[in-house]
Design a protein around this ligand. Structure first.
Ligand code: ZN
Length: 139
């Protein structure tokens, strides 16, 4: 495994730009898709959030299905139905999280984590520059 790792890293120079945040990092901090640690972490966090949302949605749909279609006699084994929903929430969330993360990895959209320069700051800078030029011209 380490031999393989050396092989792909050797094709790159020492400093490489992360394709997600456009920050220059050491090649050893990036993975094969040229994502840095922070970009992987934030993609995982985002996938976890969406995964939980999908799990909750699945559990709600399943709950409605059980309630209106199956119409169980809740006096018998209510915990079993509750456990069914809990499993749907947990497993649905986990599976959806992996799917969301896998999709982000495969789609590999460029510069999605990069912070563009704030438009307000740059226009202010330009204005103050113009002011200075105006003052220079009037002098
Ligand atoms: Zn990055």
């Amino acid at each position: 495994m380490s031999q393989k790792e050396i092989d792909w890293r050797e094709r790159f120079p020492e400093d490489v730009t992360c394709v997600r945040c456009l920050q220059v990092k050491s090649v050893h901090e990036l993975d094969r898709l040229l994502w840095c640690e922070e970009c992987q972490t934030s993609a995982r966090r985002r996938a976890a959030r969406r995964g939980w949302a999908a799990g909750v949605a699945l559990a709600v749909v399943l709950g409605l299905y059980i309630w209106f279609v199956i119409q169980p006699d809740l006096s018998l084994i209510p915990t079993a139905w509750a456990a069914t929903l809990a499993v749907a929430l947990y497993l649905g969330g986990r599976v959806a999280r992996e799917l969301f993360y896998g999709y982000e990895r495969v789609a590999n959209r460029r510069a999605i984590e990069a912070t563009p320069p704030a438009p307000g700051a740059s226009s202010e800078a330009r204005e103050s520059e113009r002011d200075e030029q105006g003052r220079d011209a009037s002098d």
